[in-house]
Design a protein around this ligand. Structure first.
Ligand code: UDX
Length: 452
């Protein structure tokens, strides 16, 4: 940490893995700039305080039952969280403000602002009554954040005659077939929830993206125009500030010595993040595809990935034995370390935004298999806009998976993808270095927080 600047920032992440990692990354960045950090978090999916001894963690009750935490409808979960956390959050924040005021001069850490996940929608009235400035962190890419407010309208207007491959006019670079899949997901309360999220963003002092101009050229100017608040695209800084310490799952470190034994750029890493679920039949197709490709593979199967099962018991014993010859299966990988490893040559991914950015930062080409929500748009950025990956077009079939791996590792298209990925990685890397666009954006953010 730089010398303390006497200012304290309060962070409030949404309790899912893909949102905790970027918030803790932001915490590390701000701490390195002299801010002291307090994280207010729910009891559900509480981050491990012991992994961050330099930050203060304060837990608030969320009132969620076991059954409620297991719902598939994320908007319902977030709506419940917003309803139940408002009072405990307000009490916690008010207490913090009072105790910060009563500190002696030398111990004083003035609370400068609250930075909360864009998914917390009750925050405007709380910070307004407590007279505390408020910034928003979005864990989505800029284009998804900007356009997803149009989803209720698109749901009403979804056209049956449009061509599957057509771009969705109000949601580029999403295609019609992606939109159809995206809207299949059960999301009750979507319209009021998005409305509150948009209002909370527009009334904030600014919005932060862990992304940069180089990855959002088309959408940043429009976001500035539409949202009318300062936008800070402070860039992905995984190499300086790894997010792995935010892991809610136990990482299986044994995959690193296993990767050490593999040849350079020979292994395909496969992972589907923290939310996606699939059927047993789909996992079996993926397993056959990996096995038949002949490439060594590292497959992360999260407990709960295949609903109603313990772990990988749906894979027949005979296939399991064959998989062990060339592959390794773990429950949760230290993903950023894995992607950094010299043995990794490709990433078969669900295209969560964190996974996509981590892959770009390490220059690993992707095979896209999005399942839900923003993943469809992220996948189109990878395959159609940056052209640094292949797209499986949701064909979860062993032959498709096998041939996409072969194309990525040995085909001409794979060669071209690797070349483009190398350039993209360099471009993004430059962005976070001194005078790069993300670097400058971070400077502006630090100035803004210091000026509150
Ligand atoms: C979800 C959405 O998909 C994402 O786009 C959104 O912005 C946040 O919520 P998730 O599905 O968990 O997140 O995917 P992703 O955004 O890729 O985040 C997963 C995180 O877990 C990554 O930081 C990744 O490094 C980590 N991870 C994943 C592991 O450390 N080990 C694993 O085995 C798998």
């Amino acid at each position: 940490m730089e010398k303390s600047n006497g200012l304290q920032v309060i962070l409030f992440p949404l309790p899912i893995q893909g949102c905790i990692n970027p918030m803790l990354q932001l915490a590390k960045i701000l701490h390195s700039r002299g801010f002291s950090i307090t994280v207010i978090h729910t009891r559900f999916n509480a981050p491990k305080a012991s992994s961050h001894p330099l930050f203060t963690f304060l837990e608030i009750p969320d009132g969620l039952s076991e059954t409620e935490t297991r719902t598939d409808d994320k908007t319902f979960l977030f709506t419940l969280l917003n309803r139940r956390c408002e009072t405990p959050f307000r009490d916690c924040l008010a207490k913090l403000l009072v105790s910060s005021d009563s500190e002696t001069e030398e111990k004083k850490q003035r609370i400068s602002c609250l930075i909360h996940d864009s998914g917390w929608t009750f925050t405007p009235s709380v910070t307004k009554s407590l007279k505390l400035p408020r910034l928003v962190l979005s864990t989505y890419t800029v284009s998804f954040f900007l356009h997803h407010f149009a989803l209720p309208k698109l749901r009403r207007e979804v056209s049956q005659d449009s061509e599957q491959d057509d771009l969705v006019q109000d949601f580029p670079p999403l295609r019609e077939k992606d939109l159809v899949r995206l809207l299949e997901e059960k999301r009750e309360y979507l319209e009021p929830y998005l409305h509150m999220m948009l209002e909370a963003t527009k009334s904030s002092s600014g919005i932060i993206f862990m992304s940069c101009e180089e990855l959002n050229q088309d959408s940043l100017p429009k976001a500035r125009e539409d949202l009318k608040v300062p936008i800070f695209a402070i860039g992905p800084s995984y190499s300086n500030f790894p997010a792995s310490s935010g892991s809610l799952f136990t990482q299986d470190e044994t995959c690193i010595p296993w990767l050490d034994k593999q040849e350079d750029k020979s292994v395909i890493y496969v992972s589907f993040g923290s939310l996606v679920t699939m059927t047993g039949a789909e996992l079996i197709e993926i397993a056959y595809g990996l096995r038949n490709s002949g490439q060594p593979f590292l497959l992360a199967v999260r407990v709960g990935l295949v609903k109603g099962t313990e772990w990988i018991e749906v894979i027949p014993e005979e296939l399991k034995a064959k998989l062990d010859e060339k592959g390794k299966i773990v429950k949760w990988a230290p993903q950023q370390e894995v992607l950094k490893h010299r043995a990794i040559g490709g990433f078969l991914t669900h295209n969560g935004w964190n996974s996509v950015v981590e892959s770009v930062c390490e220059g690993v080409p992707m095979i896209c298999l999005p399942f839900i929500w923003d993943q469809f748009l992220n996948a189109r950025l990878v395959s159609d806009v940056w052209r640094v990956g292949l797209h499986l077009e949701h064909r979860i079939e062993r032959n498709e998976i096998e041939s996409s791996i072969r194309s990525l590792f040995f085909g001409n298209e794979g060669e071209a993808i690797r070349e483009r990925m190398k350039l993209l990685k360099e471009k993004v890397g430059r962005s976070v270095k001194e005078n790069g666009s993300a670097y400058r954006s971070l400077e502006r953010l630090v100035d803004q927080i210091s000026s509150f």
